[in-house]
Design a protein around this ligand. Structure first.
Ligand SMILES: Nc1nc2c(ncn2[C@@H]2O[C@H](COP(=O)(O)OP(=O)(O)OP(=O)(O)O)[C@@H](O)[C@H]2O)c(=O)[nH]1
Length: 322
């Protein structure tokens, strides 16, 4: 065996061991000088079906991949890249798309001949893994978004009263306790107000529970209208009872708010399902933070006592605990 044959044999062994298939094209004529025998065989084509011209290979490539292949060849031809590399799909004999990659270089470019040589190797497993990973990532992102939505819903369920959308009793007490600590530490004013719908039992007894619920919602709307969004903590703490934790609010200002709210509710004509309207009044109890009070609970007791006095004094009025 001469040196050249020996060299070829060595190359064959190297290519076979590494799963590479050698190719060489003449770009000036468009001819395939040296064919992709292993690739075509792997794709199920007979030896007479292998491509004789570069264009024949392009016809077997996925149309979406052709522009990037052409770009990579142009970049290499124009000296922008040291080597040509591209990834693409080729249609197998059975119609399936199989991923391959090309690595090559211009080995001769003398004006009349442009020899382009390289190797091609199967990339299908890697691509399939990438696609699986991407699909998994997308699923994960979707699941995360769902989880975030569910968490937000759960938070709403845990902190809000479902009938009015106001805070529930537990959240009001927790958030109120925090405000209480802050107010005490920095010696800032804080007030607590409780309102209770007057003679609400009569509403239920006369117009029914559904009308009663509508009244509760209408009163809740007034409560939100008259308070500061994201500052005041407004909650439904019982059937027809609402509480307000009012940070940075003096007794004087709270009494003004209480009066405004009382008037707003009394003036409201609440539409019922049967087309009629209904009005209700509320009694209000107010207490402001001052020594020796130290807990929200104590403040609530004070406001509750004031509310009781407002009821006793004839309802539809505001009372406060000094
Ligand atoms: N429709 C409706 N009624 C409720 C709800 N929660 C509590 N109630 C009713 O509210 C009524 C409250 O009545 P009472 O505590 O006797 O007080 P009141 O009739 O408002 O009288 P005063 O507070 O003394 O003015 C009861 O009949 C409860 O059944 C609710 O979510 N929806």
């Amino acid at each position: 065996m001469n040196e050249e044959d020996l060299y070829k044999k060595r190359l064959e062994v190297a290519l076979e061991a590494s799963g590479l298939d050698l190719w060489e094209n003449d770009l000036s004529t468009g001819e395939v000088v040296f064919g992709l025998t292993k690739v075509f065989a792997d794709l199920g084509y007979a030896s007479h079906e292998t491509a004789a011209y570069v264009d024949d290979i392009f016809k077997l490539m996925h149309p979406d991949d052709v522009p990037s292949i052409n770009q990579a060849i142009d970049d290499h031809l124009n000296g922008l890249t040291e080597r040509y590399y591209s990834e693409f799909r080729i249609r197998a004999k059975n119609g399936a798309w199989v991923w391959y990659a090309n690595y090559g270089k211009i080995v001769e470019n003398d004006g009349s001949t442009t020899r382009f040589t390289g190797v091609c190797f199967n990339l299908n497993e890697k691509k399939c893994q990438e696609q699986e990973l991407q699909a998994l990532n997308e699923q994960l992102t979707e699941k995360n978004m769902l989880l975030e939505r569910m968490n937000a819903e759960l938070h709403t369920l845990a902190t809000r009263d479902s009938m009015t959308g106001l805070y529930n009793r537990r959240h009001l007490l927790e958030a109120g306790e925090r405000e209480m600590h802050r107010a005490q530490r920095f010696e800032h004013p804080l007030a607590l107000m409780i309102i209770d719908i007057d003679f609400f039992k009569r509403v239920n007894d006369t117009w029914g529970h559904i009308a009663g619920d509508q009244v509760i919602r209408a009163v809740a709307d007034c409560c939100l209208e008259q308070t500061r969004e994201k500052v005041d903590i407004v909650g439904r703490i019982g059937g027809e009872e609402f509480a307000f934790v009012l940070p940075e609010t003096t007794l004087h200002n709270t009494l003004a708010l209480a009066e405004r709210l009382r008037e707003c509710i009394a003036a409201k004509e609440i539409p019922l399902n049967d087309g009629t309207t209904l009005s209700v009044t509320v009694s209000v109890g107010v207490a402001a933070l001052k020594p020796p009070l130290t807990s929200l609970n104590e403040l609530m007791v004070c406001a509750d006592r004031a509310l009781y006095r407002a009821k006793r004094a004839g309802r539809n009025q505001v009372h406060w605990q000094e």
